[in-house]
Design a protein around this ligand. Structure first.
Ligand SMILES: Cc1cc2nc3c(=O)[nH]c(=O)nc-3n(C[C@H](O)[C@H](O)[C@H](O)COP(=O)(O)OP(=O)(O)OC[C@H]3O[C@@H](n4cnc5c(N)ncnc54)[C@H](O)[C@@H]3O)c2cc1C
Length: 564
């Protein structure tokens, strides 16, 4: 018997709906059923989190799915992530070190109202012939040799539908993960609460200081994803296209127990203690509160993602989710859907995709695992301005220089490239993971030695020439020169890592600024003041005038005399 559909997607949120559009764009006659539990169209503003996008996810929405015109007409442009660090007088916003763009960034991104976006995505895919059923909750999947049977309820009635493939996009419902038992522990634990306020909150109005107001182009602060940070937490302020505002608190329970902010009233009291200016500006807006949501231990992992033999896959939060600090949710959905749609389309075309699915799954899981050190234990550093400035710029640099470029150059579905990049122990991809791990460990080791509070400074990521090059280079197409470009970017990242290490070691141990550094073995042995690490000439990364100047730009510590 022929199944009714080629694909049933369980869950019509961001991941499920974008997957359906991606499939339709590549195979217009594909038959798709989307089952969505929600009873009605999504509400504006007070719908879901996932409102801020960054470069990779924006490229997916704009270019891969062709949503550029919609996004430009109905959602807001976004001008970067913007961070305000701790100061001794947090109630004066101008006293805080600020990290964020002064001008429009070259590669675009957007702030999304998830309600309006999901309604648009549903209309878009329905117009292409997808069947989207609301009030339809998937209950079970029975896997068959030729096709699978999905049982769902609609309006209290139990129904079934058949399809060759099942894609689980049920978010935290995680239908397939629970059914097939591939839950996996995640060693990063943080909690979040958020609420939406009716009306615009523009932090440019949080001070009368005209000099401060004039630092970035007018309107840029409003269109950024704003983070207010100190030890153990960050608070977000995100503008929405519906002219409303999203506010959230994300915190490490070891420093800010969840019980201290897990209701709206407690959140407001928590702001009073930790972010007095946010309290002053947001407490009077209580009358405009549209919703309030909480999520304890939001990070979760997965043991599986794609099965080419049994024809199923998971996408979005039904798989893994790490941390919203850099707004990466849509990025992971973009990669996830790109892998999953490629498998589905090839298999429907008669290809055996078992091996390909294994490679995609390994690559995807390795990517999630390599991202964990970005967040794990790092909330303890959020009150350390110098460390966080270096860390945020490093995290952006690696994100722009490698995964974003691989995505825009369609490398993730190119098996030959994946083999070249990741197969050998000394391959570029493996070195990337190792380098990143070393630098994340350096930030942790540096923590106990950093106790300076800095004030009244502004740093734009693109003040650093390599950051401008990496961000501006994301959309560039490199064709068969992609590996060469990734290799050049890796060389730069190695030099940046080594230069950051030299500066940290110089500050903490007084080591000479021209010391030899191998970024793959560097360790900040702060107890052993004069014990310089042994580095052979062939492993030492050469110093580079441009990187020296760029790293100096992000350095706030006063220069120290080296130990003789
Ligand atoms: C605190 C926090 C902040 C975040 N901020 C950002 C951000 O700024 N930027 C960003 O990109 N990402 C962010 N994210 C991540 C983002 O929210 C997710 O990546 C995204 O919403 C996941 O989309 P999804 O479609 O997988 O899941 P969802 O959006 O949850 O969609 C799942 C859908 O499945 C439906 N469903 C569930 N079970 C069933 C069932 N059995 N049958 C049928 N339908 C079902 C649900 O009704 C829902 O509509 C954040 C996450 C958290 C926790």
């Amino acid at each position: 018997m022929k199944p009714e559909y080629d694909v049933i997607i369980t869950g019509g949120g961001l991941a499920g709906l974008t997957l359906s559009i991606q499939l339709k764009l590549n195979k217009p006659d594909i038959k798709i059923l989307v089952l969505e539990r929600r009873k009605d169209v999504a509400p504006t503003s007070a719908h879901k989190v996932g409102e801020s996008t960054v470069e990779l996810g924006s490229h997916y929405l704009r270019e891969t799915l062709g949503l550029k015109d919609y996004l430009e007409a109905h959602e807001l442009p976004k001008y970067g992530l913007r961070f305000f660090f701790k100061s001794n007088t947090k109630e004066d916003i101008t006293s805080r070190v600020e990290l964020g763009p002064r001008k429009w960034l070259y590669t675009p991104s957007h702030q999304l109202d998830r309600g309006t976006l999901e309604n648009h995505l549903a209309e878009n895919t329905i117009a292409r012939g997808t069947t989207v059923l609301l009030n339809a909750a998937a209950k079970d999947v029975e896997f068959g040799e030729e096709y699978h049977t999905v049982t769902y309820t609609q309006g209290g009635e139990e129904k079934t539908a058949t399809a060759r493939w099942v894609a689980d996009a049920s978010g935290r419902g995680s239908l397939l993960k629970r059914k097939l038992g591939f839950q996996k522990p995640m060693e990063h634990h943080t909690n979040a609460v958020w609420w939406r306020l009716k009306g615009v909150i523009d932090i440019d109005h949080w001070s009368e200081d005209q000099t401060w107001k004039n630092i970035p182009v007018t309107g840029l602060r409003y269109l950024s994803t704003v983070h207010f940070m100190d030890k153990g937490y960050w608070v977000w302020v995100i503008p929405l296209g519906s002219k409303n505002t999203s506010i959230g608190i994300v915190a490490d329970p070891a420093i800010h127990p969840f019980e201290t902010f897990d209701t709206y009233e407690k959140s407001i009291e928590w702001l009073k203690v930790n972010e007095p200016l946010c309290y002053k500006m947001l407490e009077p807006e209580t009358k405009n509160k549209m919703d309030f949501k909480i999520l304890k231990h939001y990070a979760h992992h997965t043991g599986r993602l794609y099965d080419g033999k049994d024809r199923w896959g998971v996408t979005g939060e039904a798989g893994a989710f790490l941390d919203p600090f850099y707004s990466p949710g849509t990025d992971f959905i973009s990669m996830n859907n790109t892998w999953l749609s490629d498998l589905i389309l090839r298999e429907l075309n008669g290809e055996d995709v078992s091996f390909r699915a294994e490679i995609y799954e390994q690559t995807h899981l390795a990517l999630v695992d390599s991202w964990i050190p970005i967040y794990k234990d790092k909330y303890t550093l959020m009150g350390n301005t110098q460390i966080m400035v270096a860390k945020i710029l490093w995290d952006w640099a690696i994100y722009w220089a490698v995964p974003s470029l691989l995505f825009t150059n369609k490398a993730f579905t190119d098996l030959r490239l994946l083999k070249q990049l990741f197969a050998a122990p000394d391959s570029l991809g493996r070195r990337f993971g190792k380098l990143h791990e070393q630098v994340q460990q350096l930030f942790l080791d540096w923590g106990p030695h950093d106790n300076q509070v800095f004030e009244r400074r502004y740093i734009d990521p693109v003040d650093l020439s390599y950051m401008l090059e990496f961000q501006g280079g994301i959309p560039n197409q490199h064709g068969d020169k992609l590996v060469e470009r990734i290799s050049q970017n890796m060389e730069m990242l190695e030099k940046i890592a080594a230069e950051i290490f030299r500066r940290v070691s110089h500050e903490v141990k007084g080591t000479p600024m021209d010391m030899k550094v191998d970024p793959y073995t560097m360790v900040l042995d702060a107890e052993n003041k004069l014990n310089l690490p042994e580095v052979s000439d062939d492993k030492a990364v050469p110093r580079d005038e441009r990187i020296i100047n760029d790293v100096a730009t992000m350095w706030f510590y006063a220069e120290k005399e080296p130990v003789a």
